[in-house]
Design a protein around this ligand. Structure first.
Ligand code: PLP
Ligand code: TYF
Length: 399
């Protein structure tokens, strides 16, 4: 009865890992998926995660179901981490928080909520954006459009284009904003630019939907990476925010994150929470407990929290080191080209500007696996491989 089903296209990001695994080239390098690797290009389990797990085993927890909204200690900790200890919204119980299935599942619950309670609202996504955003909103039945974000000519932010598109969006539209470390471009607004974006959002009655997938992992500082959502909260702008602990705590497969609605009164927050719970109930009922306990343990214990901040600093620092080394190698090989975008970009990715033909050359000739849009994950690059990568990039300009 399913003979009419057609083959789905390969996922543009996850398909790269499949191709990488199939390659027999000894020099092969996987710069596709955004997952942190050590200098030896091995996956990394954070020391604080292992410590938290040891404590959890000693505490002999059960495996009972969590409530629909998840683990209370986690929910409390995650909204404080996002909005800061001094947050008025947290103190006044104006944040509805549902622990959900990492960033992706949290976005999906938010999308379903928009579909149900904001009928007709269109979601505006940055152009370009993380590929999965389009799937998530489309599958939830929410129409999406794009706003201008990336300026090819400057390899920077097209602020004027972005503001013009926000001003043209109908009031009540949802504006998806990457909280920090924009994926795939690595181009973030400056503090002044965030203020201008907040002005446009406010004066046009738009609803921001922050996607915070890299808090603490981008700059090494939890505060700095939460600058934008905290600014919007202080200004009294109501918004959604999805959080992920995949990268900053390395909990990729544990699927730990949250969807928050920050609103202006306590009653609305309580009602919103009840409806987000109902959405979760029908999709997966309740979220996983193991990773939520890990995250809550790390965030709530001062010693583990301090060590976590150190480890995020180390991960962010390793990425900054290979950025600098890649930049030096590129400049050495071709001093006539401006490579400064490599060190200007933020987070785990670099948007190289390589076209699909050049990407094909990178993969076919040099066994460097990357996404077709020219994005490379620097988290998958070691110092030892910087020269090899620089050579391949420069060579790809000859095709
Ligand atoms: N949003 C963005 C922009 C991302 O880059 C990612 C991960 O790469 C996610 C969300 C969600 O990832 P996860 O579902 O593992 O939390
Ligand atoms: O590299 C990226 O942009 C992400 C990584 O379930 C990712 O797509 C991979 C698997 C997943 C969520 C995110």
């Amino acid at each position: 009865f399913l003979s009419g089903v057609e083959q789905a296209p390969a996922d543009p990001i996850l398909g790269v890992s499949v191709a990488f695994r199939e390659s027999t080239n000894p020099n092969k390098l996987n710069l596709g998926v955004g997952a942190y690797r050590t200098e030896d290009l091995k996956p990394y389990v954070l020391d604080v995660v292992r410590q938290a797990e040891k404590r959890m085993i000693e505490a002999d927890y059960d495996k009972e179901y969590l409530p629909m909204q998840g683990l209370a200690e986690f929910n409390e900790a995650t909204r404080k981490l996002l909005l800061g200890e001094g947050s008025a919204a947290v103190a006044e119980s104006r944040v509805a928080t549902v622990q959900s299935l990492s960033g992706t599942g949290s976005l999906r619950v938010g999308a379903a909520f928009i579909g149900k309670f904001m009928p007709g609202a269109v979601v505006y996504l940055p152009n370009p954006t993380w590929g999965n955003h389009k799937n998530i909103f489309a599958d939830a039945g929410v129409e999406w459009r794009e706003y201008r974000y990336y300026d090819k000519a400057t390899i920077g932010l097209d602020l004027d284009g972005m503001i013009a598109d926000l001003k043209a969006a109908p009031a009540g539209s949802v504006i998806c904003l990457h909280g920090c470390a924009h994926n795939p471009t690595g181009v973030d607004p400056t503090k002044e630019q965030w203020a201008a974006i907040a002005d446009a959002v406010e004066s046009n009655g738009l609803v921001p939907f922050f996607d915070v997938a890299y808090q603490g992992f981008a700059s090494g500082s939890l505060e700095e990476d939460a600058y934008a959502p905290r600014l919007f909260e202080r200004r009294g702008i109501e918004f959604f925010c999805a959080q992920s602990y995949s990268k900053n705590l390395g909990l990729y497969a544990e699927r730990i994150g949250a969807i928050n609605a920050v609103v202006n009164d306590k009653e609305t927050a309580a009602k919103t929470l009840s409806q987000m719970n109902r959405i979760a109930r029908a999709i997966y009922s309740n979220p996983p407990v193991h990773g939520a306990r890990i995250a809550a343990t790390v965030i709530n214990d001062p010693a583990l929290f301090a060590r976590w901040n150190e480890e995020m600093g180390e991960m962010a620092g390793r990425i900054k080191t290979v950025r600098a080394m890649l930049y030096d190698n590129l400049c050495k090989l071709n001093p006539d080209k401006d490579w400064s975008f490599v060190t200007r970009q933020i987070g785990m990715f670099s948007f190289t500007g390589l076209n699909p033909n050049q990407v094909k050359h990178m993969t076919e000739k040099h066994a460097i696996y990357m996404t077709g849009d020219g994005r490379i994950s620097l988290a998958g690059l070691s110092q030892a491989k910087c020269e090899y990568l620089a050579n391949a990039i420069v060579d790809s300009f000859t095709v």
